[in-house]
Design a protein around this ligand. Structure first.
Ligand SMILES: [Zn+2]
Length: 285
């Protein structure tokens, strides 16, 4: 009997669980909607783990979830899952499944996934996901960069010079008025333009691309990455056109450091799940 590794992508709207072999090849996977209730959510995760493990022993488990969390203790409080507060996820899963378990912020897991499985691994690499909100993970020397006391850098809560047809709609969920997230995230786009990103017109996409380009410019000049990889629903929806337009703005305003390559993630919506499987196999360094 072969041991498997199990990865969990615990999102605010959907749960994805997969089992992989030692090489990372996905053997089985399952997806469900995230229940609002905490206990219901944990019960569902256990049943999804049982389903993908399919009776085989589990050698290790890894999870990706929204922050904030403590990756040392595995206690999580994902912002967009209001009933999940101070949940000892590591303790719960290790006692139920009797195998090592580690959890990281979803965007860190996604950065790890993109770095190891996204094709050409340029280093340092910045991964930015643009969906309901915006977050990022920074890989340097093959390791996830961590802030003081394990804190997670918040790449989207930076001030940028912006263009906005409806400045009255501009309000970041962190409380500040002019964050990148307020202008370019799915929620920010709804507040400013009154529609989801997929319904934006060409002029509105131009503004979003300009603002994204300014945010990338700040990140590029401070971190000097070799590549910036963009993922998440808004980035995937905007596609190559958004990426090219944002890159052009970044380049036009960038001085003194070489312009990083900017590209869309090749892993689509699986980036964090693939990262969680890597966390299951290699742990958190
Ligand atoms: Zn903010």
């Amino acid at each position: 009997m072969m041991a498997v590794y199990v990865g969990l992508d615990i999102g605010g709207t959907k749960l994805m669980v997969a089992a992989a072999d030692e090489s990372g090849r996905i053997l089985r996977r399952v997806m469900k909607s995230t229940p609002l209730d905490l206990q219901e959510g944990l019960d569902l995760l256990h049943s999804m783990v049982a389903e993908v493990a399919n009776g085989e022993p589990i050698a290790g488990m890894g999870a990706a979830i929204g922050g904030p969390l403590d990756w040392h203790t595995g206690v999580v409080s994902p912002l967009h899952q209001p009933q999940w507060r101070d949940v000892p996820l590591k303790e719960i899963l290790e006692s139920r499944w009797q195998c090592p378990f580690a959890v990281d912020v979803d965007t860190n897991a996604a950065a790890l996934g993109e770095y190891h499985a996204g094709g050409e691994a340029l280093d340092p690499m910045l991964y930015v996901t643009i969906s309901t909100g915006i977050g990022g993970g920074f890989m340097t020397g093959g390791q996830v960069y961590r802030g003081a006391n394990g804190s997670h850098p918040e790449v989207a809560h930076q001030s940028i010079p912006y263009r906005c047809a409806n400045p009255d709609g501009l309000q970041c969920e962190c409380g500040l008025p002019d964050c990148l997230e307020a202008l370019v995230s799915g929620n920010g786009i709804r507040r400013i333009y009154g529609c989801p990103a997929e319904e934006l017109g060409a002029d509105q996409w131009d503004e979003v691309a300009y603002n994204l380009g300014q945010g990338l410019r700040n990140l590029a000049v401070i971190l000097a990455p070799a590549v910036i990889v963009l993922g998440g629903g808004v980035a995937v929806g905007g596609g190559e056109r958004l990426v090219a337009a944002a890159e052009q703005v970044m380049r036009a305003y960038l001085r003194l450091v070489p312009a990083p390559k900017v590209k869309l993630s090749s892993l689509g919506y699986d980036t964090a799940l693939i990262g969680a499987l890597l966390v299951a196999r290699i742990g958190l360094g």
